[in-house]
Write a protein that binds this ligand. Structure first.
Ligand code: GLN
Length: 280
């Protein structure tokens, strides 16, 4: 890995023109050559070879911000955060020669942590949205997400058409919250800090539906087998999950994209997903 880092460093130095500075004593012609060489290096660069400048906030570490209440993407098992995102992040970190550190936080705080360089990337079953793109960059998408509607059997919500005027539970600041607040009005949307609390409210009759990502929805059904919960057949929304990265850190974005694209092509991502989401 050291070798890769030094190669990347050399590439970076060339691109940033430091090579030119070291040639400062040379004649003007040589300087121009250096410029030409630098642009040659630029042209020859392939997307698989990201230029790595300031890669991460803590040297040698890849710090991921997540909300570990989102099975099967991130959740606790024996005191450890596991799941699809945790494994994908571990594989990315390994490819970059970095040690993965996972920080658990409110979902609502992840983008802020990325923007303020508290973490290197947000990986949290996070949907790419126009609004989030104003604050952060998103990597290549690694999964499709679905917003599903959970109801209690026989509670009068049989299809999306029945949602109008009903109380809908969501997890604060998620796309379920954003879309439902737009479609059904803020007054009808009750926001909970945790998806699990929204589901408890549904079971208790405080809300008549919960709009939440499909995979966690399935876990909530499995965790409450006697509550009469069901997921409506019609999907409320289909979206893309990706890693959120600080807009300034294009080096890391390129490196993460290269890693994700490699893992999509060689089947690593499919294998990780299949481990947590058995084919139906
Ligand atoms: N996919 C949803 C979003 O990005 C929910 C993610 C989550 O709760 N971890 O808003």
């Amino acid at each position: 890995m050291k070798k890769i880092i030094s190669l990347l460093l050399i590439a970076t130095l060339m691109l940033t023109g430091i090579v030119m500075v070291s040639c400062a004593d040379d004649t003007k012609t040589n300087e121009n050559e250096a410029v030409e060489n630098a642009s040659d290096a630029d042209l020859n660069e392939t997307p698989e070879e990201p230029e790595v400048k300031k890669l991460t906030v803590n040297e040698g570490k890849l710090t991921m911000g997540t909300n570990a209440q989102f099975p099967p993407y991130e959740y606790y098992e024996d005191g450890k955060i596991v799941g699809i995102d945790a494994e994908i992040a571990a594989a990315i970190a390994e490819k970059l020669g970095l040690e993965l550190v996972i920080e658990d936080m409110e979902f609502n705080s992840i983008i802020t942590a990325v923007v303020s360089n508290g973490v290197d990337m947000g990986l949290a079953g996070m949907t790419v949205t126009e609004e989030r793109l104003e604050s952060v960059n998103f990597s290549t998408s690694y999964a499709t997400g679905i917003q599903s509607v959970i109801v209690v059997e026989g509670n009068g919500v049989e299809s999306l058409d029945d949602l109008a005027g009903k109380k809908i539970g969501v997890q604060l600041s998620t796309t379920g919250d954003i879309y439902a607040s737009g479609d059904y009005g803020e007054d009808n949307v009750i926001k909970y800090n945790k998806g699990a609390d929204a589901v408890l409210a549904l079971i208790g009759g405080d809300v008549q539906a919960v709009i939440i990502d499909n995979e966690p929805a399935k876990s909530y059904l499995a965790a409450n087998p006697d509550a009469g919960l069901k997921i409506l057949d019609t999907e409320y929304a289909v979206e893309e999950y990706a890693a959120a990265i600080n807009k300034e850190n294009t080096e890391l974005l390129n490196a993460v994209n290269a890693a994700i694209e490699e893992m999509i092509l060689d089947g690593t991502i499919d294998a990780i997903v299949a481990k947590y989401i058995p084919a139906e």
